[in-house]
Design a protein around this ligand. Structure first.
Ligand code: BGC
Length: 767
């Protein structure tokens, strides 16, 4: 508990510029001594040994008859640079021994894994963690993941995924921080700091891999792996910032995306891999392909065979081939034939060796063996922290106060609760997708935690599964309805299947509750009992019916191993929900892609009642739907608490700021402040959000853009003044000449509790 309190204090003073500039310097990949050692080593290496550093195996393809059934032999001969999906100190050490003792130059292997939201201790999925708006919590969770993973030999994680996701049909939305580049950048930095720690050569530090570079979240129609066509401005304004922030924070590796970007597969896209990443940003680390994506450029249609695929990728600046198996086959031959200069292979090998040296692998290749065999033991402090993180990830979407008291928090005197739904007792789903060495046996479900809570208070829980998650089979409605009828209050645990419907290759064309869960919900609600809906999902679902028929909805995402205790403490008000949406929740699928920071268009539908079809031409000829409002059901940045917060009118330090002064760094920035008060009866945390609209510029800018946030902890009646800085970082954008500059403009600033509310003030950006 003490740990959590300390973190919250730190977080209260968090803003992006301080996140990017504060604390210890990032671990450096430009140590001259390391460069000398690499030069010396490269001088001894054969062409094949250099190529080996560009070769990455995944153990899933090591079975008999597979491409790597002889992988031990290949490691011993020094043909492999890195390896993924092997866990455990004895297992990684055994392979490392082959590399270090048998291969000619004794170059260590680097072991990787997708450690996405915890390794042994499983935290909420990344979308849930982002909903905390608390980079401090994310950094701490990532540090715990690094400590656990490195104890099993893993020094490289393929995380964070920093893809901006504006389309809820895309299953991988769950793996990132949502739709906004500013929040996404803050979270990207937090993950990098947590994984990499103060020094990469700390044996408990793990190299981050920032993925998927770039534009993957803009997959057309939300269909995974689909093509992406976006303007360079959108790329720079929306999709690149979290990558840039992560690289600036010292993120040591980047993974290229599966998608094609403006016609060129990201994996062999020289514009992004070399021009932006190396020449503009000076990135010194490694770029690895996504799984098999170098060879997939054949299917994309830009290579006729593996040899051409390898040539195009290495020349574009792609260093390591993850299981595409074309670098291992063709790179040496391509160099010998003159199709690829040896310097390209030298450079890729140098980058891989650079991260191995920086991680200290040459000096300490092995992981100390654990005292006991089997999975590493869970640390109770980490488990408790996972519960705290989960509590900070739940977004209270509705808690209707219709005259009496709202349904949440539940009364401590509640006698009988009906707990209904296929997610109420599904330990595995609570872990979400990508669970590393997490174990469903360690999960405490909502059913278990709620039953034990009610036992203590002399009440009881009547549990009914009601239906399966995905299928209408096992229709158990009658039992569920009977349970509801006996209860004082009903809690329904509904949502998605974590593995089938969430993460990679899990795009959905329908975003309703799957199977017949909607029918179950309606059947139970028809009993007239108060229903609290808890939604478990990796993306926003369509909750339009629920929002108009039920008194309370809590969005729980996939909360991790402490799902049950965190939910029960929230339901009973031991803690108040404090998370806010980082993705817009649509009313219907047809609104997707849906995001708050849209452009205004020439025909915005301002002032028109969009809840009914247009009645005349004046209502019709606007950027709108004839059969659905434009607005989301719940907007970005939104989330309720058990208490209430008020915001005072904004105070600006000046009504004008100079564009040229800010561009030349001679002008002082503006300051804008408000006082936030906890006007309710309970302690609570509030995410205070700052948005800007800039008009009169050379290119159209969003109707609102997040440019700052703070998380405050306030006792009942307590007030805190919050001040934000508005300077070059907040006011510059990629202008008509594709330069990142501040332009003269008219500006509105809002500070408030969501993207749809807030106090506002105007100021001018003069010449
Ligand atoms: C995913 C990546 C992941 C990789 C690991 C791919 O299928 O797209 O996100 O890191 O597998 O091999």
């Amino acid at each position: 508990m003490r740990l959590v309190r300390v973190l919250l204090l730190v977080v209260a003073s968090t803003c992006l510029s301080s996140i990017l500039q504060s604390q210890a310097p990032p671990p450096h990949l430009d140590d001259p001594i390391i460069e000398q050692r690499i030069t010396h080593l490269l001088g001894q290496m054969t062409l094949e040994e250099k190529v080996a550093q560009t070769v990455h195996f995944a153990d899933s393809s090591t079975g008999p008859g597979s491409a790597h059934s002889d992988y031990r032999e290949q490691i011993a001969q020094g043909h492999v640079g890195s390896f993924e999906n092997i866990t455990g100190a004895p297992e990684t050490n055994a392979l490392q021994k082959l590399a270090v003792e048998k291969s000619r130059l004794h170059i260590p292997l680097l072991f990787a894994l997708d450690v996405i939201h915890g390794y042994r201790t499983i935290f909420p999925v990344p979308l849930g963690m982002a909903s905390s708006w608390d980079p401090g919590l994310v950094e701490q969770a990532s540090r715990i993941a690094a400590k656990e993973a490195t104890s099993e030999g893993i020094r490289w994680t393929f995380s964070p995924m920093v893809d901006i996701a504006r389309d809820a049909r895309w299953g991988r939305m769950v793996e990132g921080a949502g739709e906004d580049p500013y929040l996404g950048s803050a979270m990207a930095v937090a993950y990098v700091r947590g994984y990499q720690g103060a020094r990469l050569d700390d044996p408990q530090s793990m190299l981050a891999c920032v993925k998927h570079f770039v534009g993957y979240g803009a997959a057309e129609a939300g269909r995974d792996y689909n093509s992406v066509d976006i303007s360079e401005r959108a790329l720079r304004q929306i999709y690149l910032p979290p990558f840039h922030a992560a690289v600036e924070a010292g993120g040591g590796s980047v993974m290229s995306a599966f998608n094609s970007l403006n016609g060129v597969p990201a994996t062999s896209n020289r514009f992004i891999l070399t021009h932006i990443l190396r020449e503009e940003w000076g990135f010194p680390g490694v770029v690895i392909s996504d799984y098999g994506s170098v060879a997939e450029t054949i299917a994309h249609g830009i290579a006729l065979d593996g040899k051409i695929a390898a040539r195009k990728a290495i020349l574009a600046g792609l260093d390591v081939d993850l299981e595409g198996n074309v670098y291992s086959r063709y790179l040496a031959e391509l160099v010998r034939s003159g199709a690829v200069p040896e310097s390209a292979v030298d450079q890729a090998a140098r980058r891989m060796l650079r991260i191995k040296f920086a991680l200290g692998l040459f000096d300490h290749p092995y992981t100390p063996a654990p005292a006991a065999s089997g999975k590493p033991r869970l640390d109770p402090a980490n488990v408790e922290f996972a519960r705290a993180v989960a509590e900070h990830s739940f977004v209270l979407l509705k808690n209707e106060d219709s005259g009496g008291s709202p349904p949440l928090p539940l009364s401590p005197d509640v006698r009988t609760i009906a707990l209904i739904g296929p997610l109420a007792d599904s330990a595995s789903d609570m872990l979400g997708p990508w669970r590393a060495r997490g174990d469903a046996a360690d999960v405490v479900t909502l059913r278990t935690a709620l039953t034990s809570r009610l036992q203590q208070s002399g009440g009881k829980v009547i549990y009914a599964k009601g239906t399966e998650i995905l299928t209408a089979e096992g229709n158990l409605f009658a039992e569920a309805v009977a349970a509801a009828k006996q209860a004082d209050v009903v809690i329904m645990a509904l949502g998605e299947d974590a593995l089938w419907m969430s993460a990679e290759a899990a795009s959905r064309a329908h975003l309703g509750l799957p199977g017949n869960q909607q029918q179950l919900l309606e059947a139970v609600a028809a009993t007239g009992k108060p229903v609290v809906l808890i939604v478990f999902s990796g993306r926003p679902l369509i909750l339009t019916w629920a929002a108009s028929h039920l008194p309370a909805i809590l969005q729980a995402w996939f909360p991790g191993m402490q799902a049950g205790p965190a939910l029960v403490r929230t339901l009973f008000g031991d803690v108040s929900p404090s998370a806010k949406l980082t993705v817009s929740i649509p009313r219907s699928v047809g609104q997707e892609p849906l995001y708050y920071n849209e452009l205004n268009t020439g025909r915005p539908a301002d002032g028109i009642d969009l809840t009914r079809p247009p009645r005349n031409d004046v209502e019709k000829y606007h950027s709108r739907y004839v059969d659905e409002p434009n607005a989301p059901l719940f907007p970005f940045g939104y989330g309720l608490s058990y208490t209430k917060f008020t915001y005072s009118p904004l105070e600006l330090s000046a009504s004008q700021v100079s564009a040229s002064g800010l561009n030349q760094k001679t002008a002082h920035p503006l300051h804008v402040s408000t006082t936030v008060r906890n006007a309710g009866p309970r302690p609570g945390e509030e995410v205070v959000e700052l948005y800007l609209r800039i008009r009169g510029t050379s290119v159209a800018l969003p109707v609102k853009q997040l440019e700052g946030f703070r998380k405050l902890t306030l006792a009942p009646g307590e007030s805190k003044r919050v001040e934000f800085t508005l300077g070059r970082d907040e006011l510059a954008f990629w202008n008509i000449d594709m330069q990142l500059l501040v332009e003269p403009a008219s500006t509105t600033v809002w500070i408030g509790p969501s993207s749809a509310e807030g106090e506002s003030a105007d100021f001018v950006i003069a010449k």
